[in-house]
Design a protein around this ligand. Sequence first.
Ligand SMILES: NC(=O)c1ccc[n+]([C@@H]2O[C@H](COP(=O)([O-])OP(=O)(O)OC[C@H]3O[C@@H](n4cnc5c(N)ncnc54)[C@H](OP(=O)(O)O)[C@@H]3O)[C@@H](O)[C@H]2O)c1
Length: 243
Amino acid sequence: MSKILVIGSTSGIANEAIKIWLEQGNHIHLYARNHDKLKMQVADLEIRFPGHKIDAFTFEANNLSKTLDQISLDNFDIALITVGELKYSDELVGQIQVSEKLINSNIQIPLAFAQTILEKYKTQGYGKLGIIGSVAGDRGRGKNYLYGASKAFWETYLEGARQEIWKNKNISLSLIKPGPTNTAMVQGRELGNLRLAKPEAVAKVIVNGMERGKSVIYAPKIFQLIMFIFKIMPIKIFNRLSF
Ligand SMILES: NC(=O)c1ccc[n+]([C@@H]2O[C@H](COP(=O)([O-])OP(=O)(O)OC[C@H]3O[C@@H](n4cnc5c(N)ncnc54)[C@H](OP(=O)(O)O)[C@@H]3O)[C@@H](O)[C@H]2O)c1
């Protein structure tokens, strides 16, 4: 039985990963900002998985110190950080506070958790950490480049952290890059012909990839090929694409 920590547990993707981990018989610690949502999530999980170990806590996003202290006292085998929000470029025009909030949700808050978990893993000598970035971090697009840039942050952060701990083979740091997925994040958005992945399928790829300690996990896996093509695409062609 592994002890698993999920930060931002009310996320649609996280909720499906949690179900897989509970099915496997693991002990789950959930953290989320919204008390009522978390309560509903736990009630649902307790019906689906009676008798399983679920601990749940709310955190205050602008006052994390108590939560971080609490987390650093425990020894987790696996931690997944899913906190994040999406804004398109046109929603940010003249809205500096909205841009700042996006950076807060996609970098500052997850970073506070990531640093705490990483330090803990270095002390305890083992652990698997997964942070959800996005395929949007692979190449800047006009439609969502602040969101993409905030997700690209994790590429360099985790690359450096992996180099720092490279001698310790019992710690793995996974950057998870979902493609467009059918969760609350994309609901009500104009998506054109975009096909959305099911969060259950994305979660399965994440759980398997983290189990294997993969450094980068594209979910669905086909996005590894899709993003490879976009990444090598000459800028003159890329700039003409209207997606
Ligand atoms: N869905 C996609 O198409 C897609 C694609 C690529 C990457 N991702 C990434 O996948 C991760 C999970 O997203 P999802 O698709 O599962 O969407 P979601 O259901 O909307 O989940 C987002 C999670 O982040 C939490 N959150 C957002 N801002 C926060 C803040 N400032 N402080 C604390 N918690 C905050 C939300 O809490 P509440 O429940 O309280 O709102 C929720 O738990 C995100 O990092 C997202 O960027 C999603």
